[in-house]
Design a binder for this molecule. Structure first.
Ligand SMILES: [Mg+2]
Length: 297
């Protein structure tokens, strides 16, 4: 797949890894962490990237990495990046928590994962060791009911929270579409971790409104793995809408303020899309330099 590289920044001292904003198609722009070789800083690219990072932080875009097996390079702001292996984040976060414990720097590692990833063996390994060593790590399971195209009930036995309970880890099962419930559970877990009480597990019950990926209808070729009315019923529980309603009910915001926020965010999205659409395509030849160090054929 040909991707336009829109911006690059480097995240560690020897410039071996970079943040890359790439446009894969008209509807798909990703912020990726990649090994970078043979490209030097360009101030305009860096400026664009900083805008992109601000935008990503504002709208909560998830980081992604493509075709890279494992990334463990600490990023600015304490983000450890993503990786190409489902469930690998458990071990990366547990390692980071071990580091925090050894240095006593008060940091807490958080591993976000899905219900599908909870079936990886490394989940149980890291629950065990993090509980045993009282590591400051929070395991946050975003249980959205599907592992790719498989309903959870067809691939997951029992309750995921029971796996954490078996290791005597503090557990909470919450409504993942309730902003305040998420904030409360997270605060308590982090406080406990900082106080030396060890790991915590949070299972946030939610739903995946979008497909496993945007073009999944092409992949499915007419096959169906869920019903439309199920999607629509969950759409009504949108956490942003619900929190907006909460703010209105509590008199913390009025309709005009909420509408202004929506307008501002929509404008930022439009600007990002326009930027992506008007950027020059990258030279596909540099793919060899981006992916392999000195291995150009
Ligand atoms: Mg899932």
């Amino acid at each position: 797949m040909r991707a336009r590289i829109l911006a690059i920044d480097f995240v560690n001292d020897d410039d071996r890894f970079g943040l890359v904003l790439e446009r894969f198609s008209q509807n798909e722009t990703r912020l990726c962490l990649r090994p970078i070789v043979g490209i030097h800083h360009q101030q305009d690219a860096v400026d664009h990237l900083h805008d992109a990072l601000d935008f990503a932080a504002e709208i909560g875009v998830t980081w992604s990495v493509n075709d890279v097996d494992a990334i463990t390079v600490p990023l600015k702001g304490g983000i450890l990046g993503a990786n190409g292996i489902v469930g690998a984040g458990f071990a990366i976060a547990t390692g980071a928590a071990y580091s925090a414990k050894l240095t006593g720097d008060g940091r807490v590692a958080v591993a976000f994962f899905g219900d599908g990833a909870a079936n990886q063996g490394v989940f149980m390994e890291t629950l065990n060791v993090s509980s045993l060593w009282k590591l400051p790590v929070i395991f946050v399971c975003e249980h959205n009911g599907f592992s790719e195209f498989s309903p959870a009930a067809t691939v997951t036995s029992g309750e995921i929270v029971d796996r954490a309970r078996a290791f005597k880890i503090s557990c909470e099962v919450i409504d993942g579409n309730d902003v305040l419930a998420v904030a409360k559970a997270t605060s308590a877990a982090i406080e406990g971790a900082r106080a030396g009480r060890g790991p915590a597990f949070i299972e946030a019950k939610t739903y995946r409104i979008q497909g496993h990926f945007e073009a999944e209808h092409l992949f499915l070729a007419g096959a169906k793995y869920r019903e439309l009315d199920e999607i629509e019923s969950w759409r009504k529980r949108d956490p942003i809408d619900r929190f907006g309603q909460f703010l209105l009910d509590q008199g913390k915001a009025d309709a005009r303020q909420l509408s202004d926020i929506e307008t501002r965010v929509a404008k930022r999205v439009d600007e990002a899309v326009r930027f992506a659409q008007t950027s020059e395509p990258a030279d596909t030849e540099i793919a060899f330099d981006l992916m392999f160090d000195g291995q150009k054929a």
